[in-house]
Design a protein around this ligand. Structure first.
Ligand SMILES: Cc1cc2nc3c(=O)[nH]c(=O)nc-3n(C[C@H](O)[C@H](O)[C@H](O)COP(=O)(O)OP(=O)(O)OC[C@H]3O[C@@H](n4cnc5c(N)ncnc54)[C@H](O)[C@@H]3O)c2cc1C
Length: 357
C-alpha cells in the first residue's frame, strides 16, 4: 500500500435528488463483451452519484431485483435481465492533490479504464501502465481488483466513494477497508451493498518499471530502462497478440481464475505433470502456488475447441468465446465440461471469474 495522505472517511448524506428517466427494454448487446443478445427490462443511466438515492428508493418501493452494469466485460448475462439495471455512466477525472511525493486523481465510475490509463500517462502520472487495455470502467476495476503483468489496481487506490445501500448514504472507503486480494474485494464479497461512484487513486511520483512478468521483461532485454509509455505500448502489443478483441469476437477475458494451491499439492502435481506452469503466490515461506489454469485447460485438449456457437479461444485456453449466436447457457455448459475435466485430471477446482446473472 502506498503512503498516501488520508482521504476523508466520514459518511456524507446525499441531498434530496431527482430521479433520472427510466428506460424500458434496453438492448445490452453492445454493452456486454460476449455480444450476447440481452434485453434489460428497465434501465437507468446513472450520470450523477446524487441520483442514486432516489433510484434505489423507487426500486425498493417496487420490490424489484437490480444490479449495476459498467462496460459489461466481466459478466455473463441471460437473454432477459429482469427488474432494474443501473448503467454506470458517471464521467470526469481530475488531479485533486499533488505534491513532490505524488498525486491524487479522482475519477468517475463510468470512465473507460483504458482511456483513464492513457490520461494518466498524458499527465506524466505513471503507475497504471501494466493495466493498459483492460476493458471496462473505472468503477468496476476495484470489484475484482483487476490485475495484469504483476500489478493489481488496489495497490494504487487511495479510497473509493460509493453509495452504501445499507446506510443509504454516499460513503468514502479507504483502500485498507476494501479487502483487496487476488481478483477479490469487499465489493465482490458483498454484492449489491455498494454502488461505486468515484475512485480516488494515489500515484506516487517515485516510479520504476515493473517488469516481473517474463513476457513483459522480454520486450526490454538488452535495452535502456523503459519509460511508462514504452511499458504501456509493450503491454498493449502482448495483449493484442494473446487476447481476442471483444469487438471482433465476443469474450469476457479470462473465464476462470488461476487456482491457488498449497505447497504439498503443488509438489505432488509437479511430479505427475513436470511441465505444469505456475507462479509463486504470497510470501515465500508459505510456498503457495498459483497454477496457470490456461495451461491445465490446454493440457486437457480444449484449446480451440468449438461447441456450437461458443468455444475455447485458439490462442489462449483461458478465454471462452462467442463465435456468434451464443448465450449464457451455452457458454456456461462449456465451462462446466471444462471444470469437470480439469477436476478429474488435476484434482483442482476451477472457479469462474465473470459474474453470472
Ligand atoms: C478481452 C478482455 C481482457 C480482460 N483482461 C483482464 C485482465 O487482464 N485483468 C482483469 O482483472 N480483468 C480482465 N478482464 C475482465 C474485465 O475487463 C474487468 O473485470 C473489468 O474491470 C470489468 O469492468 P466492466 O465495467 O466491464 O464491469 P462489468 O462487467 O459491467 O461488471 C462486472 C461486475 O462489477 C459490478 N460493477 C460494475 N460497475 C460497478 C459499480 N460502479 N459499482 C458496483 N458494482 C459495479 C457489476 O455489477 C458486475 O458484478 C478482461 C476482459 C476482457 C473482455
Amino acid at each position: 500500500m502506498n503512503s498516501a495522505p488520508n482521504a476523508p472517511s466520514s459518511p456524507k448524506t446525499a441531498p434530496p435528488s431527482v430521479i433520472p428517466v427510466m428506460l424500458p427494454d434496453v438492448s445490452l448487446r453492445a454493452r456486454n463483451s460476449f455480444g450476447f443478445d440481452v434485453l434489460a427490462e428497465q434501465a437507468y443511466s446513472i450520470t450523477d452519484a446524487e441520483h442514486i438515492g432516489a433510484v434505489m428508493e423507487a426500486i425498493k418501493a417496487a420490490n424489484l431485483p437490480w444490479r449495476v452494469l459498467g462496460g459489461g466485460s466481466n459478466v455473463v448475462l441471460p437473454p432477459t435481465l429482469s427488474g432494474v439495471t443501473l448503467l454506470m455512466d458517471i464521467a470526469g477525472q481530475a488531479i485533486t492533490q499533488q505534491d513532490e511525493r505524488g498525486a491524487v486523481v479522482s475519477v468517475g465510475a463510468g470512465v473507460n479504464w483504458h482511456d483513464f490509463v492513457i490520461w494518466t500517462l498524458d499527465h506524466s502520472l505513471p503507475g497504471l501502465e501494466n493495466l493498459a487495455l483492460i476493458p471496462g470502467t473505472v468503477g468496476a476495476a476495484p470489484i475484482q481488483n483487476i490485475g495484469a503483468y504483476g500489478v493489481e489496481v488496489g495497490e494504487y487506490i487511495q479510497s473509493i466513494e460509493a453509495y452504501d445501500c445499507h446506510s443509504k448514504t454516499l460513503v468514502n472507503l479507504l483502500a485498507s477497508e476494501c479487502a483487496f486480494t487476488y481478483r477479490n474485494s469487499i465489493f465482490k464479497a458483498h454484492p449489491n451493498r455498494y454502488i461505486i461512484t468515484r475512485v480516488h487513486f494515489y500515484l506516487p511520483a517515485a516510479w520504476s518499471p515493473r517488469l516481473r512478468y517474463a513476457d513483459l521483461a522480454a520486450a526490454f532485454v538488452n535495452r535502456h530502462v523503459p519509460t511508462a509509455e514504452e511499458v504501456m505500448v509493450a503491454v498493449c502489443k502482448i495483449r493484442n497478440r494473446k487476447l481476442p478483441d471483444p469487438k471482433l469476437i465476443g469474450n469476457a477475458g479470462s473465464f476462470f481464475q488461476n487456482p491457488i494451491v498449497e505447497k504439498a499439492q503443488y509438489l505432488a502435481l509437479l511430479k505427475q505433470f513436470p511441465e505444469l506452469v505456475s507462479y509463486p503466490e504470497g510470501n515465500e515461506q508459505e510456498g503457495k502456488r498459483k497454477l496457470a489454469a490456461g495451461w491445465m485447460i490446454d493440457h486437457c485438449g480444449f484449446k480451440g475447441l468449438r461447441a456450437g456457437a461458443v468455444g475455447v479461444y485458439q490462442h489462449q485456453a483461458l478465454v471462452l468465446v462467442n463465435h456468434g449466436g451464443g448465450s449464457a447457457d451455452s457458454v456456461l455448459a462449456l465451462a462446466k465440461t471444462i471444470q469437470d475435466k480439469v477436476q478429474d485430471t488435476f484434482g483442482v477446482t476451477l472457479a469462474i471469474e465473470p459474474i453470472r446473472y
